[in-house]
Design a protein around this ligand. Structure first.
Ligand code: SF4
Length: 384
């Protein structure tokens, strides 16, 4: 587990305080989306298909601070869109650091190296770099040749400048578990503090609808990747959440655990679904019929979901919910290497579905996709 002690202590104190106060539902990480526009157009993304006037809109630093103060989480994740395209991102990040919030600024790192000087290293700030696998797999996933090399360059530059750097890997059907394990080796060698990983969610707006993982396939994939793991790999995730991904335990979704605030307001009910918006965090918590969500609710949009934003908070809640939860978490961190012969067999037996079956296949490949990105960026500039 790579999370620094001071952060663990802050989160543990926060969760225990919520429990002592008898709060049944409390948020853990604010997902703050200050903009939706991006300098990539990944095929598995459900965030960048908005019309140009929405893609041009941004939250102000004051709106960001108000949302953070309203919900009171100890951690703030800043996804998007690409946060580094927001002209006031350094001011937003500094304002959160001044509030002693642990900030994960998510980025595809295309602009990280050139914008690094706008930020100050702090124990409260991590760059969470989106890298979906080894070079070929990442470049195909983000539909940009050379994307992996730029991202890894950004990772190394940020680490060299004294920043905390974590990574964020989303896996889709067809992912090669052997390649993912090599990817972990490469990230470890580069010096990243922790790796976060999650199956992709079936966004109905995403261009590629064929390669999202069902629950059974997710468990098989994560079992093969995370069993027999190397002691050098550090994960930026609850060990209980990782066991859930591997199919070693059940968790129920905690959709309020990572509430989302964007230019539209507080998103109901979770980071992935958009069933309306609330004006305030209190209204979000009161107005959502929470029993309608989560896999066990029977909601078809939740049926296959095992995504980090729904279940990481469930893992943390399990840890602090009882002595048993705490003991199992300590065991998972310190003593469990997850030895599993069957998982080794899964690794050895893995074959690609076909030689050309990658994550996505859109248009005629990179060239057409890059042309789409350029057109998309031009339309942002022209306002069309
Ligand atoms: S199961 Fe997934 S999609 Fe459904 S509420 Fe939870 S996080 Fe959202």
């Amino acid at each position: 587990m790579a999370i620094p002690l001071s952060q663990m202590w802050t989160v543990a104190s926060y969760v225990v305080t919520q429990k002592l106060k008898g709060r049944k539902r409390y948020p853990l990480v604010l997902m703050l989306e200050p903009l939706f526009r991006c300098n990539l157009a990944c095929a598995g993304c459900g965030k960048i298909q908005y019309p140009a006037h929405i893609l041009k809109a941004e939250l102000t630093p004051e709106e960001c601070f108000k949302a953070v103060d309203e919900c009171g989480t100890p951690m703030v994740s800043i996804p998007g869109g690409e946060p580094l395209l927001h002209p006031k991102m350094p001011e937003i990040v500094q304002g959160l650091v001044d509030r002693k919030k642990y900030v994960y600024m998510c980025t595809n790192a295309l602009l990280l190296k050139e914008k690094l000087h706008l930020f100050k290293p702090s124990k409260y700030l991590s760059f969470s770099v989106h890298i979906d696998g080894e070079r070929e797999h990442h470049d195909f996933g983000v539909c940009r040749e050379g994307g992996y090399d730029i991202a890894m360059d950004g990772v190394r530059a940020a680490i060299a400048a004294g920043f905390r750097v974590t990574t964020n890997t989303t896996l889709f059907d067809g992912a090669d578990p052997n390649s993912v394990r090599r990817h972990f080796d490469q990230l470890t060698e580069a010096g990243v503090e922790g790796i976060m990983l999650s199956p992709g969610y079936t966004y109905d707006k995403a261009p590629d609808q064929k390669h999202f993982l069902g629950r059974a396939r997710s468990r098989k994939l994560f079992r093969s990747i995370l069993s027999n793991r190397k002691s050098t790999w550090q994960f930026n995730a609850s060990p209980i959440f990782l066991e859930f991904l591997m199919g070693k335990r059940e968790l129920t979704c905690t959709p309020w655990g990572m509430p989302t605030y964007s230019i539209f307001g507080w998103q109901k009910p979770c980071y992935l679904l958009q069933d309306g918006y609330a004006d305030t965090f209190a209204e979000l918590m009161e107005s959502v019929e929470w029993s309608n969500y989560g896999t066990e609710s029977g909601n078809p949009r939740c049926a296959n979901c095992m995504v980090h934003s729904g279940y990481e908070a469930s893992g943390v809640n399990y840890t602090f919910g009882s002595f048993k939860g705490m003991a199992q978490t300590i065991k998972a961190i310190l003593f469990d290497s997850h030895k599993d012969e069957q998982a080794n067999k899964l690794l050895n037996d893995w074959r690609p579905a076909s030689n050309h079956e990658h994550l996505v296949q859109i248009g005629s490949g990179f060239a057409s996709r890059e042309a789409e990105v350029v057109n998309h960026e031009e339309s942002l500039v022209s306002g069309d």
